[in-house]
Design a protein around this ligand. Structure first.
Ligand SMILES: Nc1nc2c(c(=O)[nH]1)N[C@H]1C(S)=C(S)[C@@H](COP(=O)(O)O)O[C@H]1N2
Ligand SMILES: [Mo]
Length: 421
């Protein structure tokens, strides 16, 4: 019932509540629906006749809403978007239960990994079809820690507000992905001259349930596809991929907008032009090619987002932490698209002075970098800790990011507050 409410609240309503022809009444919970609801809640529902339809009873809403995920905040139910609070991203490698979820459509209802096929076609010498075992047998299998961030991470802080999932900080993760290199698979098919872009297809369906067409089909320039860290992955942290993270097969293009990394992957085709699939055009995953005034709605001159900008996250302490002692360990991660991070600086005096944190090398290219330092507060009171990363090109995170219509690429510094007793 919980699943049904999550993926198809209309259908759940129809099944559980009696049909009433009157347009503003949904009818009442009865029969098998009533029995099922009562069983799940663990008691009878004396006022079931006045229970409104089309909502999830608190008793059910209080349950973990996504099986196999822990502590994620659900931003949207359908399609499902859920982010991870910053302090739950403290691990060097993000456990699967803490990896965010961003769905544009409805995931495939059943997943049969043994029967799954991936088609490689378009501008190739030989179109090929692979089962997952064929991929494992035919190509080098590699495991890499790879940073994946939604281009809309930080959207909630744009003013005027940008439409779309209101991500705060937690649409980012760095899990260990196991799979084969996309480049090896494309080479096996034979990349023809004139290939410009890839195009990706997955098995999820349009959120309306009735409209045909893919909810999302994006691509990358062929050079990014040939990067050895661009993977076709079949495992996440040593286990089969979580159903909401694209089981049984997905692309991972680290450092680029998460939207490139097609989940429930069924096809990669090569094109002689920039791909124009769903969410490649218009304002989707594109930003104005020049600064615009906040709120300005321009119609053209958008460019496709490629590598994501330098950014950092404070994962300890959690914001609002009450420190008993003057000394406090502060730690987190930093990442920079296809580049690396050279430094992470921290300030506890609103940016007047900065101190450098100890910063680890990435465990491999395209993995986020862990950093830490011990801060000593001068006395009791309220403090903000600000973190600012600088990438290998010398570019630092800004205090505030330029506004854009869809609220992408917010890499403003992360701030948390602490009170010292
Ligand atoms: N098939 C498919 N792939 C998809 C999506 C989707 O809706 N359908 N969402 C994309 C977006 S916008 C992001 S940010 C990432 C998120 O990956 P995750 O849900 O595993 O965190 O998946 C991308 N791949
Ligand atoms: Mo995304």
């Amino acid at each position: 019932m919980r699943e049904l409410y999550r993926y198809d609240p209309d259908k759940a309503d129809r099944l559980l509540f009696s049909r009433v022809t009157h347009p503003d009444r949904r009818g009442f919970l009865k029969g098998a629906g009533l029995a099922a609801m009562a069983a799940l809640i663990g008691g009878t529902i004396p006022f079931h006749r006045t229970m409104p339809g089309h909502f999830i009873p608190v008793a059910l809403a209080g349950e973990p809403v996504i099986q196999g995920k822990d502590g994620l905040v659900v931003l949207n139910d359908r399609p499902l978007s859920a982010e991870t609070p910053a302090h739950l991203l403290d691990d060097a490698i993000t456990p699967t239960e803490r990896h965010f979820v961003r769905n544009n459509g409805i995931p495939p209802a059943s997943i049969d990994a043994a029967a799954w096929t991936l088609t490689i076609d378009g501008l190739v010498e030989t179109p090929l079809k692979f089962g997952i075992d064929d991929l494992k047998r035919g190509f080098d299998v590699v495991t890499r820690a790879l940073t994946l961030e939604c281009a809309g991470n930080g959207r909630a802080f744009f003013d005027p507000p940008a439409t779309g999932a209101q991500w705060t900080y937690g649409a980012v993760a760095c899990s260990e992905w196991t799979g084969v290199r996309l480049a090896d698979v494309l080479k096996a098919a034979g990349v023809k001259s004139g290939v410009v872009y890839t195009a990706h297809e997955g098995a999820d369906t349009h959120p309306s349930g009735t409209a045909s067409g893919l909810p999302i089909s994006r691509g990358v320039p062929i050079a990014k596809a040939m990067d050895p860290d661009s993977l076709i992955a079949f495992a996440q942290n040593g286990q089969p991929i979580h159903p909401m993270n694209g089981a049984p097969l997905r692309l991972v293009f680290p450092g680029w907008p998460g939207s490139c990394s097609q989940k429930w992957l069924t096809r990669v085709w090569l094109r002689d032009r920039v791909h124009d699939g769903a969410k490649m055009t218009g304002r989707s995953y594109r930003v104005p090619d020049r600064p615009v005034a906040p709120g300005e709605q321009l119609a053209e001159d958008f460019v496709i987002i490629e590598a994501m900008p330098v950014k950092s996250l404070i994962t300890h302490p959690a914001t609002g932490h009450r420190a008993a002692a003057r000394e406090l360990e502060v730690r987190g991660h930093a990442w920079a698209g296809d580049a690396t991070v050279d430094a992470v600086s921290l300030s506890i005096d609103f940016g007047a002075t900065w101190m450098e944190a100890a910063l680890d090398e990435p465990v491999n290219a395209h993995a986020w970098q862990n950093w830490r330092t011990v801060i000593e507060f001068p006395g009791p009171g309220y403090y903000e800790i600000w973190a600012r990363a600088t990438d290998s090109e010398g570019v630092s995170q800004p205090h505030a990011v330029a506004w854009n219509p869809k609220g992408y690429l917010n890499n403003a510094m992360h701030r948390v507050y602490v009170t010292v007793a």
